[in-house]
Write a protein that binds this ligand. Structure first.
Ligand code: SF4
Length: 111
């Protein structure tokens, strides 16, 4: 859960933006603005009129959380992770190929 998403003070359920079902509403804490820690402000891609003084925003994306997510994605997409995933999904095929290789080696050693 996003640390700056607005939640119900009683049940802690994340509240959604009015008119935008499914989209969390983010709210700045007291004196600071959301834009100060937003990815879209940092990379200058936001064209919302409330920028850079947004106190409430539906598109807010925290820079630090975004970096952490990118790191996780990069790790998940690495060659090692891909290979492990492929091996896990194709264990039967690998076992069959290993058996065929053993049979081939036995046949070659007999002749
Ligand atoms: S998306 Fe919202 S919080 Fe982010 S820079 Fe734009 S107005 Fe600010």
């Amino acid at each position: 859960m996003n640390s700056q998403a607005v939640t119900c003070p009683h049940c802690r359920t994340q509240l959604k933006a009015y008119g935008h079902p499914g989209i969390p509403l983010h709210r700045a804490s007291q004196e600071e603005y959301l834009c100060d820690s937003c990815t879209y402000h940092a990379d200058d891609t936001c064209n919302f009129p409330q920028r850079p003084y947004a106190k409430v925003c539906t598109l807010y994306e925290n820079i630090e959380e975004s970096k952490l997510y990118s790191e996780k994605q990069r790790h998940a997409n690495s060659f090692g992770a891909t290979l492990r995933s492929w091996v896990k999904r194709n264990q039967a095929l690998i076992l069959l190929l290993a058996l065929l290789l053993i049979c081939l080696l036995i046949a070659l050693s007999i002749t």
